[in-house]
Design a protein around this ligand. Structure first.
Ligand code: ZN
Length: 131
């Protein structure tokens, strides 16, 4: 039997360890579709421990590349397409836990998004916290 006759999984197998580690770290070891965290019980199926894979944002069949900018962390549930968006809204405590775990760059993206969404409030807060 030939070595390369083994069935290949659907996710990107050909990526280097370094690229995988980079994408997982950049995504805060969190599934970019459902927010499940690597190693923690999966929010849709708590009997499963969350395992993360690297998925293409634009599928390779659609011209997507293996560049880290086209890659994202996806849990096995989302990778299988089984997840839906019926998850309860996260509480601010849960959101803060996720944000604290994220990389500085991702935290800044959250900040930018919040400032864009709440420009008046952001202005107020910055006025009151000028030490
Ligand atoms: Zn997921």
């Amino acid at each position: 039997m030939l070595e390369d006759a083994k069935p290949q999984p659907a996710f990107a197998r050909e990526l280097s360890k370094e690229v995988r580690a980079y994408v997982l770290d950049r995504n805060g070891f969190t599934c970019q579709m459902c927010g499940a965290v690597a190693g923690e019980p999966h929010p849709y199926d708590p009997t499963r421990k969350t395992r993360l894979h690297i998925g293409h944002i634009i599928d390779k069949s659609m011209g997507g590349t293996d560049d880290p900018s086209n890659l994202r962390a996806l849990c096995s549930v989302c990778n299988e397409g089984a997840a839906n968006l019926t998850l309860d809204r996260p509480s601010h405590e849960k959101l803060l836990i996720q944000i604290r775990r994220a990389t500085g760059a991702d935290q800044l993206k959250v900040l930018e998004w919040l400032i864009k969404k709440f420009p008046k409030q952001a202005d107020e807060i910055s006025k009151h916290s000028s030490y």
